[in-house]
Design a protein around this ligand. Structure first.
Ligand code: ATP
Length: 214
């Protein structure tokens, strides 16, 4: 059981961005995606989420994913953490985390919320604060919590360590390792392998829109 991407091509405004990308995220695996800024990591993650028109094939546990709308992909348990946090500043921490549940009508939102708080007790302490009152690092953890609400099967992390202070990077590493231990399939993108080398089972490198297994 896995995500299999075959000969994926993505062009934005007529400019080819991803070229013949093939990549697998097997069950229970954490896969690294390493590439410089502008290499195409975000474009690949947005393509998996169904946010960009693509040419190519994606199979998720054997079924076509490329024909599914983005909300259907979320309903399958695929979720992503954007590089910028994109919290809603005026909403509380808890409201931000619950947003995907409201959007998708998740029935077990209360249990998911408790699980997220048990994984990151530090954000439970801030549950009633508005997002704008938190530090950048705290907001990162809240954004991860929000991504975890629908992430039953697969989590795509777009440069989660970017701009994060060392103490929080260590904490983030612990949380990501725990998620992997729980069997979540994870794609972890990074501009180099500083944080991902100890975490991932397999690495793909991406350069100017082309991916090679390392
Ligand atoms: P970064 O860390 O800088 O986001 P990345 O590896 O995630 O790097 P992408 O954001 O996927 O790279 O960008 C890949 C290429 O596609 C870059 O050359 C970028 O300029 C281009 N690109 C991405 N989105 C657009 C867009 N909406 N319009 C035009 N070009 C785009």
């Amino acid at each position: 059981m896995s995500l299999s991407i075959r000969t994926l091509n993505v062009a934005i405004e007529g400019i080819p961005i991803l070229r013949d990308v093939s990549l697998d995220i097997p069950a229970g695996c954490m896969v690294g995606l390493i590439g410089h800024n502008g290499a195409g990591k975000t474009t690949l993650i947005r393509s998996i989420m169904g946010l960009l028109p693509i040419d190519g094939e994606m199979l998720f546990d054997g079924a076509p994913l490329h024909t599914a709308k983005s909300h259907q992909r979320a309903a399958l348990g695929i979720s992503y953490l954007p590089e910028d946090r994109r919290l809603i500043p005026s909403l509380t921490v808890e409201e931000n985390i619950l947003l995907p549940a409201w959007a998708n009508g998740l029935r077990d939102a209360a249990q998911r919320l408790q699980w997220i708080y048990s994984l990151m007790p530090e954000i439970a302490q801030f549950r009633d604060r508005r997002a704008l009152q938190l530090s950048g690092g705290q907001q990162k953890l809240v954004a991860l919590g929000r991504a975890l609400m629908p992430a039953r099967q697969m989590l795509l992390l777009d440069e989660p360590f970017e701009g994060v202070a060392p103490v929080l990077s260590r904490r983030l590493t612990e949380v990501i390792a725990e998620l992997r231990g729980e069997g979540l399939r994870i794609l972890l993108s990074e501009s180099d392998d500083t944080h991902s080398s100890d975490l991932v089972d397999r690495v793909y490198r991406i350069e100017r829109g082309a991916v090679t297994a390392a």
